[in-house]
Ligand binder design. Sequence first.
Ligand code: ATP
Ligand code: MG
Length: 642
Amino acid sequence: MVINKINLLKMLNYYQQQAVTIKHNSVLILAGAGSGKTKVLVHRAAWLTSKYKTDSIVMVTFTNKAANELKSKVNKLVGRQYHFPWIGTFHSLAYKILRINYSVADLPNNFQIIDNNDQIRLIKQIISTNNKYLNIIPNQAMYYINKKKDYGNRPNVLNNSIMEYLYKKYQQLCNRNGLVDFSELLLRSYELLNNNSMILSQYRKQFTNILIDEFQDTSYMQYLWIRKLITSKNNIMVVGDDDQSIYSWRGAQSNNMQIFLHDYPHTNIIKLEENYRSTNNILQAANTLIQHNNIRLKKTLWTKNNNCRDEPIVIYYALDQFDEIKFIIKQIKLVRNAGISLDKCAILYRNNTQSRILEDILIQNNIPYNIYGNVNFFNRREIKNVLAYLRLIHNHDDDISYIRIINVPNRRIGKKTINKIIELANTKNISFWRASNLIIKNNILSTRYNNIINNFLNLIRELYSDVFNKPIYLQLNTIVMNTGLLKMYNHEDKIKNLNNVDNIKELINAAYQFELNYNENKLFLLQSFLTYTNFSIKNNNTSINLMTIHASKGLEFLYVFIIGMEEDNFPSKLSMSINKLEEERRLAYVGITRAINKLFMTYANTKFIYGKKIYCQPSRFIYEISNSILNIKRIYYHDSSN
Ligand code: ATP
Ligand code: MG
């Protein structure tokens, strides 16, 4: 590809240029927030395209939102017509490798990804089959299984542990149904590479350049995965900031930079020290805060941004949570009136649960928002139901989808009948679909239920022949019309004042858009769409962003509001009790450094927890910052109508 190398370098400082053009085959870029680490990776990917094919460049980051941004930034530099199939998250790349090599990985060609909710459903199903699992809490079992997988461990029942038995059963069920959870994606693709030297050497040859963003938060399994692909012939560049290591609770190896340097001792280290993102006040706040941590690699961060009109950091001491959000709403309205698009702003919080009051008040004030995290668009109940039909008609053996919709809309199928199907499936080790067929064939149920189940099976078969080979959006249209879902949700919307139908229309829209932009092998279109619904967030670009600080990593916003700056919330109580205060402080550092122009931090004096009013202390992080920064504006609660 011909690219304008001079233009590509013009936008970078000397050290960034060195990093982009370096010939060394192992490089670690260690630098603070906003110093252009991600920018270097983007420019490096573009730079490499003059010599390497786009499908030889692997670039990995942490979240889907960040991955989308990487892709679009590289495309902005080299032109929209180029396709970079290997830019993504670890999970999406692992998925891709499995999809290409599904049969060697011992998966059916239509294998599907399941999320945590589906995992819990499967686990509950197993627990209900045998009294020996009675005392197991599904959530705990899920964490147990995922953790095992994250450390590369398959079930081991030799030690007679009940959890291991459950893990084994769970995996058998997943295998039988062609289901793959998120941890399995990494483990299975790692095993695929590890056990098949031909496939491994093919990828090692293909992936000439591997670029990893947010390296400080890679997990044990992710690192094994990367290491598997590295040889002396390909180039690896990892970038990270130890001060932003915030995922140790989810298995990130906090010392992975040291491990990397140990494994690749000839690594060239590049440091970037100039911050381009934030104002001087924001940077000072971040620097003073993080200096309270003891365990750090030495780094400095400065900015030329020495504007005397630099906005002060605002700390608002609210009377209670409602007053806190009201203050924020007022600020948001000011920002909007100044002509700034709300998608350039973010409200960040320590815990997902903090978004509830926030959402209520944003809705009351007609302020549109996108929320990233637990309840993303594709996780909504109505969307999952429609998608479950789509999955089931293309893969009758998908038990999770089967169980989800067997009685949606209501077909008057009770628990008893469903249990009969599950029991038969378990004894014969077959899918629910096959068990239902057997039940009908052998007239196990009363005529009435026999007919109901038979009608359901016929509906699915008919849907398949109706939608076969049609564009996905038309398939979805047929599904919602012919299953009675549309009618059901229309009715529900009317009586409960909900937006189910609008959301379904939005799903059909998303499918249409997806197909329009799809430029890979058509054979995988449906699979890719279903994967997209697992990996993606749908957003609207005029809405304010709501997310946990964890989810904000790598992103930047003109205006940032960090709410709930109270002791026991941030830092969280748990973090103090398990000695994780330094990680909590790093999290605050991440939150603060997301801000470009202005940072607000709010604290509520009282809060309701489980219906009880409690008094809170301001977060120690507020004091740690403000002790040495002059440019802070403190606003105390004065009038809630204000
Ligand atoms: P984080 O640690 O938060 O992920 P980062 O080090 O990856 O931050 P980037 O997101 O790459 O930082 O860059 C921060 C901001 O600074 C971006 O808006 C980027 O475009 C800008 N930037 C980086 N380098 C330069 C430069 N040399 N000239 C102008 N702007 C720059
Ligand atoms: Mg970055």
